[in-house]
Design a protein around this ligand. Structure first.
Ligand code: NAD
Length: 466
């Protein structure tokens, strides 16, 4: 079986190296720099196991890499895995998918197998896209079309690609569906559920999954905001306790700085715009999911100002630039919003990330950020440290070591990784969704929080008549 994948990004490259463990894979991209690096065995993407599998694929000859202008050998399965970013208004931008379709159309004899080829979109696209872009090709015969969404999560991309929870095939013909199913069964074995459905249901399923996960995150973060106004309450305990209910499940219930990355924000925005165009109204829940999320990073600056006073001239250390651990992706990372807001308030910013050498730092540089690959140097002389990405390296550090060279010992833990630790008395530890540590470290100009425990009808202690 020969496979061609268009798009050598997070999805395309991860998929290519995994399928190349068994099949002949041609990986194609328009980005010459990216292709030269991959050809030389260097991935610009940081993912566990990716470099080893890339090396294996190239040395076995199973994986071949092509610039779009080069001659692409014919394949039975063509996957389209190019980007589908948001445009300025939040609509999905389908130009990259469109360009691939044009290339396939123009170079059919070269790219497709003359007996039968299946073209499957794996990029996330709004319902109706696959049919709109591919149906005219299908009509020419010997071509099947499908939509098969990608559910990998960055940070665990290889594991997710090799051992997915399920595969979905959206197709309008039994032949296309059976063809792709037999390919997946051959690769994954019988244990992975393979769900077959209409193209549009499959397109919708991808949005449903991301919108649900984003909603879960914003729901927990909204509760975290409320919990903060209640003395002695902690969102971690609250969520742990509800996670035991099987209808809720314990996963994805952690309060934090909010979601970022290349998928949740842009997919919720695209679904919102799609719904608005089709229903003539904005779905209010999804709108609120984005609103809660956009406000998260700003809360950090507010919290810092409450405890440190004016930020002008203060040096603040940022721990973690990527939107999550295990990836070098900084698309829509909360770190950028936090840094921008600190910079606007006159702060000087030090930043550390365990894989700082693999991150494209240009978007942070304009805010005068000083970058460090060493944790201690990053913290020296700083007035506060804000933790934004829960890299294991940060979890392993002792709090005493962390604060030893700081000018002021303030830690804002945007991911609650130290929430269960014993915090030294001279450290001001503030985390999301908890008032417990805050009350031990009153902010400058502190006035009692009127809303805190403001249970109006129980203002006075209950007296019990005997
Ligand atoms: P990406 O931006 O990392 O990679 C896209 C690649 O496509 C780039 O290398 C780009 O140069 C290339 N490209 C653009 N036009 C091309 C063309 N005409 N021919 C060949 N290559 C071309 O994007 P990604 O993160 O891999 O995401 C790809 C798609 O998968 C998106 O629709 C995304 O929503 C979806 N998805 C992403 C993830 C994720 O975690 N990143 C997970 C599930 C689904």
């Amino acid at each position: 079986m020969k496979i061609t994948i268009f798009g050598a990004g997070y999805v395309g490259l991860s998929t290519a190296v995994c399928f190349a463990t068994k099949y002949d894979v041609s990986l194609v991209d328009v980005d010459h720099e990216k292709i030269s690096a991959i050809k030389a065995g260097k991935s610009l993407i940081y993912e566990a196991q990716l470099d080893e599998l890339l090396e294996k694929g190239l040395s076995s000859g199973n994986l071949r890499i092509f610039n779009i202008e080069e001659n692409i050998p014919p394949s039975e399965i063509i996957f389209i895995a190019v980007g589908t970013p948001s445009d300025q208004d939040g609509y999905i931008n389908l130009q990259f998918v469109r360009n691939v379709v044009k290339t396939i159309q123009k170079r059919q004899k070269e790219i497709l197998n003359p007996n039968y080829s299946l073209i499957a979109i794996r990029s996330t696209v709004i319902p109706g896209t696959t049919r709109r872009y591919l149906q005219h090709l299908e009509k020419r015969g010997n071509i099947g079309i499908a939509f098969s969404p990608e559910f990998l999560s960055q940070g665990t991309a290889i594991k997710d690609t090799l051992y997915p929870c399920r595969m979905i095939i959206g197709s309008n013909t039994a032949m296309a569906s059976t063809f792709l199913k037999s390919f997946y069964t051959n690769f994954y074995g019988e244990k992975i559920p393979i769900l077959q459905m209409s193209i549009e249901s499959a397109e919708f399923a991808k949005y449903a999954a991301n919108a649900f996960l984003a909603t879960k995150i914003s729901f927990v973060n909204e509760l975290a905001n409320i919990v903060e106004s209640v003395d002695d309450a902690d969102i971690g305990d609250v969520m742990d306790s509800i996670g035991y209910d099987p209808r809720i499940s314990p996963f994805f219930l952690k309060a934090g700085i909010g979601f970022g990355g290349s998928c949740f924000p842009k997919d919720v925005r695209a679904l919102l715009q799609f719904a608005q165009d089709n229903l003539a109204e904005k779905p209010s829940l999804l709108n609120a999911v984005l609103e809660v999320n956009e406000n998260r990073p700003l809360k950090v600056t507010k919290l810092l100002r409450e405890h440190l006073g004016e930020l002008d001239g203060k040096i603040i250390a940022i721990f973690g630039l990527t939107f999550k651990p295990g990836t070098n992706d900084i698309r829509e990372t909360p770190a950028l919003s936090v840094i921008r807001s600190l910079w606007r308030n006159g702060a000087k910013i030090h930043a550390h990330d365990p894989i700082i050498d693999r991150i494209d730092l240009r978007s942070f540089s304009r805010y005068g950020v000083k970058f460090f690959s060493d944790i201690e140097s990053c913290l020296t002389g700083t007035h506060a440290c804000i933790l934004l990405t829960e890299w294991p390296e940060y979890q392993e550090i002792s709090i005493n070591k962390l604060v030893s060279n700081m000018a002021q010992k303030i830690i804002i833990d945007g991911r609650r990784i130290y929430a269960d630790r014993k915090i030294p008395v001279d450290v001001c530890y503030l985390t999301i969704g908890s008032s417990i540590n805050r009350k031990n470290h009153l902010p400058f100009n502190h006035t009692p929080n009127k809303s805190s425990n403001n249970l109006k009808s129980f203002d006075a202690p209950l007296s019990i008549d005997t």
